[in-house]
Design a protein around this ligand. Sequence first.
Ligand code: NAP
Ligand code: GDD
Length: 346
Amino acid sequence: MKHAFITGITGQDGSYLTEFLLEKDYKVHGLIRRSSSPNTSRISHLLDDPRWKERLFLHEGDLGDSSNLLRIVEEASPDEIYNLAAMSHVKVSFQVPEYTGNIGALGTIRLLEIIRAQFPKARFYQASTSELFGKVFETPQTELTPFHPRSPYGVAKLYAYWACINYREAYDLYACNGILFNHESPRRGETFVPRKISLAVSRIKMGLQEELVLGNLDAKRDWGYARDFIEGMWLMLQQPKADDYLLATGKTTSVRRFVELAFQYIGIEIEWQGKGIDEVGIDRKSGKTLVRVSTEFFRPAEVDILLGNASKAKSMLGWIPQTSVENLVQIMVEADLKKCKSTAST
Ligand code: NAP
Ligand code: GDD
C-alpha cells in the first residue's frame, strides 16, 4: 500500500485529491493547521466514513514550522508528497506579502530539505500555477512560455517552482511542477470569483441577496473543473522520469461572460450598461440592477488573460479535461442553489 502526504488537505484540491487517493488504496496523511474552530468541512465526509478509518490520518502542524514538519513527514513515511498548502488568494497576497512568501516559497524549501535528507526516494508534487505567466509573453501559454508574475503570490510561487527544479537537478529528487490554470468547484473558497458568482446568483434567486459586486469584469481565465485536474497531479508522479506539466482546458472566458452564464442558468438574461466602474448588469426583463463594479476588488497589478495549451500533458500523461466552462457553471450554481435551499429550510 502506498503512503501519500498532502499539505493543504483541508483546501479545495486537497479534499478532492484525498478522495481520489483513498479510492486508489493509498494511506493518506494530511497536514492540518490548528484552528480555533473546525476547518475540516471539505473532508468531514471522509473523516466520518468508516471505510477510511485506518487509512486517513491528520497531523497538526504548519508549513511555516520546520520542526514539526520533520516529525510529521517521518510519521507519514510517504512514497508521494503533494505540496498544496499556500496562502492562495492573489489579492490577499498584496496585503500579507511576507506571510505569503514564508508559506508559498520557504514552506516549499522546508519540505524539500526534509525529503532530501530523509526521504530521497519519495516523489514530490509542487502546486505551481498559471499566475507565474502573469503579464503574459504569448497566448496560449505553454511550459516554455517565460514567466512574469504580477503579485506577491505569483512571486512566491516562482521561487517554489525553481526550488522544485533545483532539487531535482542538484539531488536527483523525483520532483514535479504542475502548472495548473484556474480550477473551480462547489468546494472553492467563497472569495474566488467563480464561487463568489455562483453563490451570489443562487442567493439572488432565493431572495437572500440583492446584488453582486465585482472588480475587473474584463479579466479572462482558463477555467476548468477541479475534479478533472486532480488526476493530472497524480499522473505526474507515476511517470518513469520527473518533469513539469501544464494543465488547462484550452479555452478562456471573461469574468463578464461567467456572470452571464451563471444568471442564464437561473433564467435571467443580463444586459450590460455604462462603462468602467459605472458599468452595471441589468435583468433585461425586470430592469433591476443585479451586478455592480467596485474598485474594492481591483488589484494593484492585474493578470489580464490566461489561456493554456496542455498538449504536453495530453501526449505524455494522457490527461484530457472533461468539463466545459458551461458545465462548470451548471455544477457550481446547482450546488449553491441546493445549499441555499437547505439553509433556508433550517
Ligand atoms: P485552497 O483551497 O486555498 O487551500 C489551501 C490549503 O493550504 C488549505 O488547506 C489551507 O489550510 C492550507 N494552508 C494555508 N497556509 C498553510 C500553512 N501555513 N500551513 C499549512 N497549511 C496551510 O487552495 P486550492 O485551490 O485547493 O489550491 C491548492 C494549491 O494549488 C495552492 O497551493 C494553490 O496556490 C495552488 N493552485 C491553485 C489553483 C486553483 O485554481 N485552485 C491553480 C493553480 C495553483 P486551511 O484550510 O487551514 O486554510
Ligand atoms: N476574487 C475576485 N473577486 N476576483 C475578481 C472579482 C472579485 O470580486 N472581480 C473580478 N475579479 C477578477 C480578478 O481581478 C482576476 O482577474 C479574476 O477575476 C480571477 O480572480 P480569482 O478568482 O480570485 O482567481 P485568480 O486567477 O486571481 O487566482 C486563482 O487562480 C490561480 C491560477 O491562475 C487562485 O486559485 C490562485 O491560487 C491560482 O494560482
